[in-house]
Design a protein around this ligand. Structure first.
Ligand SMILES: *[C@@H]1O[C@H](CO)[C@@H](O)[C@H](O)[C@H]1NC(C)=O
Length: 192
């Protein structure tokens, strides 16, 4: 009996490994005409699709913003992504976390890390207009566990549904949403 269970767990592990290998991180092209100067500055997250194991601090987030700031005097594109949000309600405590964006190449693709020595995620700006950006980040542990997030970002706390739909449609067209996750709106009302 025990042997059976162990064999079953083993087979489950193997099938899961094969199943998820089809679901590893994607390497999408960066946005047309991408330039760091067009991405730098403050963005409001208006919606996102995220795997359950995605960035721990983003759970319970409302009023989410990302402020992208080049590291002063860096000439290689090194930047900081200052993630800020409130816990559960617009008056909840701040939950902030600063990611470092390094190893930029091509322009618009970095490695993002939150703790020195911890595994880094691939961080790619796949879509960029004057008002809207789509950022895809993904990390994979030994090719077995893949976590990704597709963030729809806006220069203003709200966005027209046409602009949002176009951004989501483009992300879906690249096949990034390998687990067919729904896009959830990020609460921005009552925050500002
Ligand atoms: C979190 O970030 C926001 C926006 O950058 C800032 O206004 C706030 O003071 C920060 N709060 C904490 C506790 O770091």
């Amino acid at each position: 009996m025990e042997t059976m269970i162990i064999i079953q767990i083993f087979l489950f592990g193997i099938s899961k490994a094969f199943m998820l290998s089809a679901d590893s991180c994607k390497s999408p092209p960066v946005a047309n005409g991408y330039q760091n100067t067009r991405y730098n500055g403050l963005w409001y997250e208006v919606s996102k699709a995220q795997t359950a194991g995605g960035a721990f601090f983003e759970k319970d987030c409302v009023c989410t913003t990302i402020d992208v700031q080049p590291v002063p005097s860096a000439t290689n594109g090194d930047s900081k992504a200052i993630n800020s949000c409130r816990k559960i309600t617009p008056t909840g405590n701040f939950m902030n976390a600063t990611g470092t964006l390094s190893n930029e190449g091509p322009l618009g693709h970095w490695k993002e890390g939150f703790f020195p020595g911890a595994p880094k995620a691939d961080y790619t700006i796949i879509y960029l207009t004057d008002n809207v950006a789509v950022e895809y980040d993904c990390s994979s542990f030994l090719g077995l566990y893949t976590n990704y997030c597709i963030h729809i970002l806006s220069r203003t706390p709200t966005i027209s549904s046409d602009e949002e739909d176009a951004a989501i449609k483009y992300a879906e067209s690249l096949g990034l949403n390998t687990q067919n996750l729904p896009f959830h709106k990020t609460l921005q009302e009552g925050c500002w």
